[in-house]
Design a protein around this ligand. Structure first.
Ligand SMILES: [Fe+2]
Length: 412
């Protein structure tokens, strides 16, 4: 049985199933392991982990600890309450189909620009910030027209290009987040630029550590963490850079409860855009394929972020982030009451529980749908008007290669 406990309840003899930390998989620890001694317990405390999951079949248990079903039901209820209480967002200005081709082009161009800048920095050159100006404007405008296109494309990443593709995704998600908070055009622009630049310091991290396929040693992890300080050094040389973009780079690994790095800042000591970047950075990292983990479904990632918001993030900002991309964000594989299964292709700004779903599989017929189609769950009448989402699945279940095939088909 998998149970959730407070870290102070952890004792030697327990079997850790999941450290439940907002790094996804912690680079210093195996995914699952038995706690053999007090030293390990202390190390886990030192990570800033407040709650974690243990497997009581493989080690000692704790009386009355909630199991995973109880935890996920509680998180689901929190999200339903959030959906009911949220103000409605802004309607996209154009359809996804109209926005998709241009978004695909600008995504490719922005990725190339960030890649070029990062390659310059790796070679010890300063890098030209002006190259990013047009990418920043294009991202901010595309997200205003219809954020589903860029945020959907952002899920498609190759392992090799992770650092710069992640930077483009963080830029687009921050632009989406700023719009949901009705921030000014100028701050949205600076936040987008900060997203594109937040990890430039990684170019000063040796390649064998940056792309190490396994766990890092404690020393290697310290070198990896130094990317934040390296980023500051690089960015401070760029005279035209705004303090907002610097804040994002400096604060994106700080955590609201003080458990982050490099400074262990708490709460309001972390800049607001830094607090937003922390949420967005984690969301994009855990939904991406990495050398050491498989991607999490966007719907599952939202639930983890909600769960972690108690300690690691600003809870109010998490609410707004979820409002900006939905309880079932673009790319989520969802199951409908009717037995149909599909992938969310458009977030519904007026009702986050009723997005547009690309229907690809019918569980009643146990077969793929011969001609997949878009089903708008917000429609009162017509094809599936009464249907609703009852749950979500992992990406590759049901033979639907959700992200790649669906987004390639939808967006091109
Ligand atoms: Fe980072």
């Amino acid at each position: 049985m998998i149970k959730k406990i407070k870290t102070h309840q952890l004792t030697p003899g327990m079997y850790v199933h999941d450290l439940n930390c907002s790094w996804g998989v912690h680079p210093l620890f195996p995914i699952r392991f038995k706690v053999m001694d007090e030293i390990k317990v202390e190390e886990i405390h030192a990570l800033g982990v407040r709650e974690l999951y243990i497997d009581t079949r493989r080690g000692k248990g704790v009386a009355d600890a909630p199991d995973t079903r109880e935890i996920s039901e509680a998180v689901e209820q929190e999200l339903l309450d959030l959906a009911a209480s949220l103000p409605t967002g802004t309607e996209p200005r154009v359809s996804l189909r109209e926005e998709a081709p241009g978004a695909a082009r600008l995504h490719a161009e922005a990725s190339r620009s960030v890649n070029r800048l990062m390659a310059d920095i790796r070679l010890g050159q300063q890098g030209a910030l002006e190259d990013l100006d047009s990418a920043v404007d294009a991202i901010a405008e595309s997200v205003l027209r219809n954020s589903n296109a860029l945020n959907g494309l952002g899920l498609i990443k190759t392992k090799d290009g992770y650092t710069f593709l992640h930077s483009v995704s963080v830029g687009a998600l921050l632009a989406t987040f700023c719009n949901a908070l009705s921030l000014s055009k100028d701050i949205t622009r600076q936040a987008t630029l900060g997203g594109l630049l937040h990890d430039v310091g990684k170019m000063k991290v040796p390649d064998d550590i940056l792309n190490k396929p396994g766990r890092l040693s404690a020393d290697e992890f310290e070198i990896m963490k130094d990317h934040v300080r390296h980023g500051q050094e690089v960015l401070q040389q760029l005279s035209s850079l705004s303090p907002y973009a610097l804040d994002i780079s400096l604060h994106h690994h700080e955590r609201f409860d003080g458990s982050g790095y490099p400074s262990g800042l708490k709460g309001g000591a972390i800049s607001p855009l830094g607090q937003m970047a922390a949420i967005v950075d984690v969301y994009d990292a855990i939904t991406s394929t990495r050398v050491y983990h498989e991607p999490m479904s966007p719907a599952e990632a939202i639930r983890k972020i909600q769960e972690w918001s108690k300690f690691h993030f600003n809870e109010e900002l998490v609410r707004h982030f979820i409002r900006s991309i939905g309880i079932y964000p673009v790319g989520s594989l969802v199951v409908l009451e009717s037995g149909l299964i599909g992938v969310v292709v458009e977030h519904n700004a007026h009702n986050t529980l009723r997005p547009v779903v690309w229907i690809a599989y019918d569980t009643r017929a146990r077969a793929e749908v011969s001609s997949p189609y878009d089903l708008d769950l917000s429609r009162a009448l017509g094809n599936g008007g009464g249907d609703r989402i009852t749950g979500y699945e992992t990406d590759d279940k049901w033979g639907i290669r959700a992200r790649r095939s669906v987004f390639n088909e939808q967006l091109h």
